[in-house]
Design a protein. Structure first.
Length: 71
């Protein structure tokens, strides 16, 4: 079931990872880990490389910034 949409993964206030389609109002699904959320996106659109919200500060970026799930 490929949707052809681009997805984002972000952590919500309850420490769950929300899968959201670009320009969507609500989440397509919620997951306990980033890995589960990335797998869900790959099921929805196997050709998509979702953007993942950083949930901690690193040498490559800080919170509230986005990274590719492929990195």
């Amino acid at each position: 079931m490929s949707t052809g949409k681009h997805y984002y993964i972000e952590q919500n206030d309850h420490h769950q990872y929300a899968v959201r389609a670009m320009n969507s109002v609500r989440a397509s699904s919620l997951h306990g880990t980033q890995a589960q959320a990335i797998a869900a996106v790959k099921h929805l659109n196997p050709t998509d490389h979702p953007n993942v919200e950083r949930v901690r500060d690193t040498s490559k970026g800080r919170r509230e910034q986005w990274r590719s799930a492929e990195n």
